[in-house]
Design a protein around this ligand. Structure first.
Ligand code: SAM
Length: 170
């Protein structure tokens, strides 16, 4: 299963930190790439630096036309929105059977056609919260926790400790 995240509504001044977090969550929780609708190379630089030390093949991409990006995607398109169907009522096994999944998250108000361009509009509960939280819960449901055991084959890795910190060079 290949998962691509599409982040809509990135605002250059306001959203650097939260968009960076979206990229980090996408990478750490099993997505292959994230696509932004605004070219913000600061995010690419900081996330690429993390991948350089901690491993993985995560990619950061930018698009001039997010609508074409959604339309041209060969796979199932899932838009995360509080107005959608509760994730508890979604047949996740059916989603997992698909080879390619695009997960769309917004920031500021999402243009209304995103709801029609998407195959699924899924809510992580019907209360407003955060794109980072919605994406995290969705990916964890999709991968059923397996994503937390992925070996990123980086130049360094954490040796989990009950107390304290241990990092080893590989
Ligand atoms: N009115 C927005 C909405 O449609 O969900 C909330 C805006 S919120 C600041 C930014 C993004 O967080 C949304 O575009 C959506 O992707 C995600 N989000 C927030 N709450 C969510 C929820 N309960 N379920 C799924 N996604 C949510």
């Amino acid at each position: 299963m290949n998962v691509a995240v599409l982040r809509l509504g990135h605002r250059f001044e306001r959203d650097k930190r939260i968009s960076t977090h979206l990229a980090l969550v996408s990478r750490a929780l099993g997505a292959e790439k994230i696509v932004f609708d605004a070219k913000d190379l600061r995010i690419k630089k900081s996330v690429d630096a993390i991948s350089d030390s901690w491993g993985g093949k995560f990619k950061i991409k930018f698009t001039d036309s997010w609508r074409n990006c959604i339309r041209d995607f060969k796979g199932v398109k899932v838009h995360l929105t509080m107005y959608g169907i509760n994730i508890n009522d979604i047949d996740i096994a059916k989603l997992k059977a698909r080879e390619n999944i695009m997960v769309i998250v917004g920031g500021k108000k999402v243009p209304s056609d995103v709801y029609e361009l998407s195959d699924y509009n899924i809510a992580v509960g019907s209360q407003p919260h955060s794109e980072v939280a919605a994406l995290s819960v969705f990916l964890d449901r999709l991968f059923e926790g397996d994503e937390l055991e992925k070996d990123f084959e980086g130049r360094q890795r954490i040796v989990p400790q009950e107390s304290g910190k241990k990092v080893e060079k590989v």
